[in-house]
Each structure stands twice: as structure tokens, then as C-alpha cells.
Design a protein around this ligand. Structure first.
Ligand SMILES: N[C@@H](CCC(=O)N[C@@H](CS)C(=O)NCC(=O)O)C(=O)O
Length: 211
């Protein structure tokens, strides 16, 4: 029997992991469809019908097609009643973190990882990006001071979204140990039931009922 959720993505992609991690932490199995970015599968008409922006991830649930990983997390939190805000104020704080992650982390840490791993740009560009990413990680570390989770006293989709960007920091040549509050928060996320690291969770090809 097909799973209720189908996730389209790449095992190399932080935003794909963001959605996969949410499904895993909710205990929801999902059918997985690998999109080969190197082959340009994300620009084909079939994939553009799932995500008009031509990026992974995309998700299908209940006949609805959706994209933008942060928007998918908000959808899943509402659907499942898990990892959302306990109050309107918490929900607002969660939305703020989701936007911050897309704004700051995707443009700094995720881009530095992409440059280090795949694009290999001019060293001056890489140097600029590394300084920017270090500034953002430092800001994040300071914001975590005295906090167990990003919003309230329990994990929410804010933690899941930010974790999915931070998890690849070693591939961007940053060490969690250099940011002590990030390291402690990381350990708390990794201890959640159902948690898996990206390369343990996301298959390298199509697979049904991933959990
Ligand atoms: N804000 C988007 C970002 C998605 C994104 O950057 N996906 C990358 C892979 S990690 C991608 O598809 N890149 C190919 C492209 O942009 O053409 C989200 O959160 O879903």
C-alpha cells in the first residue's frame, strides 16, 4: 500500500532532509522519489508540475502537491498536531525562525557547503562566504544561550528547519564543537525518538515506506 506522503528530493539536499526529518520524528512513513539534480531532473516538465520553482524538495499528500521546505513543515505541523506552536505567540516565533533559516542559513552556511563540496569557486568568493557563515553561526550560538530549544521548552519545526541546515556544517568545513551552544542543542535534537542523520534517512534512489 502506498504511504500517505510522497517526498521528492535528493539525499544531498538540506531542504529535502528538513521534510524527511519532520516525517521521521512524527513516525510517518513516506514513499521517496529520488530527483537527480546532476542530470537536471528538477528542470523537467514532470518535476516542474510538482515544484514550479524547479528545486527539491516537493511533497504530495492527499492529492495536494507542495514545495518550499519551510512551508511544508508548517503544513505538516498543522496536519499532525506535532512540533507546532502551543500558542499563537509561539507560532509567530516559529514562523520567524523559519524565515531566518531560509534568509540567513541558506544564503551563508548552505551556500558555503555547496561551494566547498561542489562548485569550487574563486578563493576570494569562498573566503567571503566563510566569514559570512561564521558570523551567522556565531549569532545563532549566542541566541541559543540558556535555551534548550528555539521556541518554548520543547522541540518544534523551528528546530527541525534550522537543524537541517546546520547538520551539514562539517561539509562546509565548520565544526559544531566551535559553537558550544549549537553543539548542546544538536545533541538534544539527535536524542529525539525517530531521529536519523541525513545520509541514514534519505535513500539514494526511489524507495517505498521509508521510516
Ligand atoms: N527554499 C527552498 C530551497 C530549495 C533548494 O535550494 N534546493 C536545492 C537543493 S538543496 C535545489 O533544488 N537546487 C537546484 C536549483 O536551485 O536549481 C526550500 O527550502 O525548499
Amino acid at each position: 500500500m502506498a504511504a500517505a506522503y510522497t517526498l521528492y528530493g535528493s539525499f544531498l539536499s538540506g531542504p529535502t532532509y528538513k521534510v524527511g526529518l519532520m516525517l521521521a520524528l512524527c513516525g510517518l512513513p513516506f514513499d521517496y522519489r529520488h530527483v537527480d539534480l546532476a542530470k537536471g531532473q528538477h528542470k523537467t516538465p514532470d518535476f516542474l508540475a510538482l515544484n514550479r520553482f524547479g528545486q527539491v524538495p516537493a511533497m504530495v499528500h492527499d492529492g495536494q502537491t507542495m514545495c518550499q521546505s519551510a512551508a511544508i513543515l508548517l503544513y505538516l505541523a498543522e496536519q499532525t498536531g506535532k512540533f507546532g506552536g502551543a500558542t499563537p505567540q509561539e507560532l509567530q516565533r516559529i514562523r520567524e525562525w523559519l524565515m531566518w533559516e531560509t534568509d540567513r542559513l541558506e544564503s551563508s552556511l548552505s551556500r558555503t557547503r555547496f561551494f566547498e563540496r561542489f562548485a569550487k569557486p574563486d578563493p576570494a568568493v569562498l573566503d567571503y562566504m566563510r566569514k559570512y557563515a561564521d558570523m551567522v553561526l556565531g549569532q545563532f550560538d549566542a541566541l541559543l544561550e540558556g535555551k534548550r530549544f528555539l521556541v518554548g521548552e520543547r522541540p518544534t519545526i523551528a528546530d527541525i528547519a534550522v537543524f537541517a541546515a546546520v547538520v551539514h556544517m562539517a561539509e562546509a568545513k565548520f565544526e559544531p564543537g566551535d559553537y558550544p551552544n549549537v553543539k548542546s542543542w544538536w545533541d538534544r535534537i539527535a536524542a529525539l525518538p525517530g531521529f536519523k542523520l541525513p545520509y541514514d534517512l534519505l535513500p539514494k534512489g526511489d524507495q517505498d515506506a521509508v521510516r
